[in-house]
Write a protein that binds this ligand. Sequence first.
Ligand SMILES: O=C(O)/C=C/c1cccc(O)c1
Length: 534
Amino acid sequence: MNLNDTPKLVDVLLVGYGPVSEILAVMLARRGHSVAVFERWSERYPLPRAVCIDHEIYRVLAAIGMRDQLPGVTHAAPPYRWFNAEWKELLAIDWSKESISGGTEVNFVHQPTMEAMFDRQARKYAEIDINLGCEVLSVSQTSDYAELTARDVASGEQRTVRGRYLIGADGANSLVRQAIGAVQEDRGFEADWLVIDVLPHEGVTLDVPAAAQYCNPARPTTIVPAGVSEGRYYRRWEFMRMPHETREELEQEATAWKLLSPWVTPEQGQMVRHKLYTFRSLIADRWRNGRLLIAGDAAHVMPPFMGQGMCAGLRDAWNLSWKLDLILKGEADDALLDTYQQERRPHASDVVDLSMYLGKVICIPDAAAAARRDQSFFDGSVTPPPAFPSLTQGMLHKDEQGRPLGAAGLLSPHGTIQRDGRSGRYDDLTGLGFTLVLRSAAVLDAMTPASCVQLAQMGVRTVYLAEDASAPGAFIDIDAKFGPYMDQHELAAMLVRPDFYLYGSAASAQQIAPLVTALAADYRQYALKLALTR
Ligand SMILES: O=C(O)/C=C/c1cccc(O)c1
């Protein structure tokens, strides 16, 4: 394009090309929407940052076309254990246990390898126009479009592009966040840590804890896997900067090897990176202004101890994608996008708090304070960590005070099923729209004809658990993911949204009619015409 062309109009402009942007581009393109991405750097960021994806994100990535690639770039997490200076366990988070989505709670990834996979996926779509080496200089909007001006870093040439929406996934120093007038709320966590990744030499097995926080006040230390690439398993260490140390001292390669020496030596492995990061806790007060939105680190930054930094950003993308899809197709009102911040901000905020809780456990460089912490864990007087959040606001079945009713806002389960003579993952066999999942055929039989008609008009499919999957809508819960979940939450029915969260639930067949009526009211409020089919 040269300078004098009329600015091109695409569906969505994306600023930044990290994992959130890559995945959002794929999510939109696979629904046929045009996307233009602008990224200042012409090379991918070479250093791994995140190392974790949780079960929900694994399910999302599988659902958007990467199911077959994921096993090659992830590995199951071991239990995540927290120790004091004497290696007595303070806290254990079982990341290895079976999750409601199937597979372990957490998987470890080598971020550059996973991002290369995301990039390959994005480049399969003609709908995605990737502009690397193009720095976004300014962002603006009118009532009809969003606009950005970008400068080709190599040639200096500038161009202006328009999109119906513009998403800033442009990192912690987001230009788009400034453009929407958002202010970062600082939750007050700040600590410098040296982050080191090591690739053990071939054939070397290191004698190190599988995944641990070593809460030694003399040197708080993280020891975790760092993913797999081409069959080689990486490891990560993180060392907190002590009050008497300078950042420069800590960042020396010699210092890094000295800190690693109890665990690994140059004879055993290659140090592939070492970099000092300041872990902080920030959340933007505003995630949307008209056609401009932010996602990922632009909207929230958290300490890494819960492994949720990238997951939170990918959740933003997933939440945005089904709403943007409907709006861009003319099947929902733009007001649906208001539910993005309503849903994602409180969730991300709780994850920031949870990450800070963990950060405050380990970031104690004072021996007396650490002894008090240890004692509080041993005598049980410690405040337990907050629970992992669900959705609490937005497009959910709520009471008159705006509180979620029943199981509304929980993440739904996922598993292997049999349906229509085929066995496979539920998402692959059932599709991704609004779906009413019933506990049994008896619940289906007890539904009112009016509810069945309303559901059909809204494009909501109905499926039910059965012993025999020959009837339409019947499926066999092969690995017992759905039945036990529904029994645990006492659900006769759960109404699942396109992003796998429960819009609402019914404890009995009789409660399905008000649930369906509530969904119909939300359909009217957001002018939803038809639910997604795939
Ligand atoms: O994936 C991330 O962003 C961070 C992962 C992680 C996991 C465990 C301990 C840490 O300090 C970081």
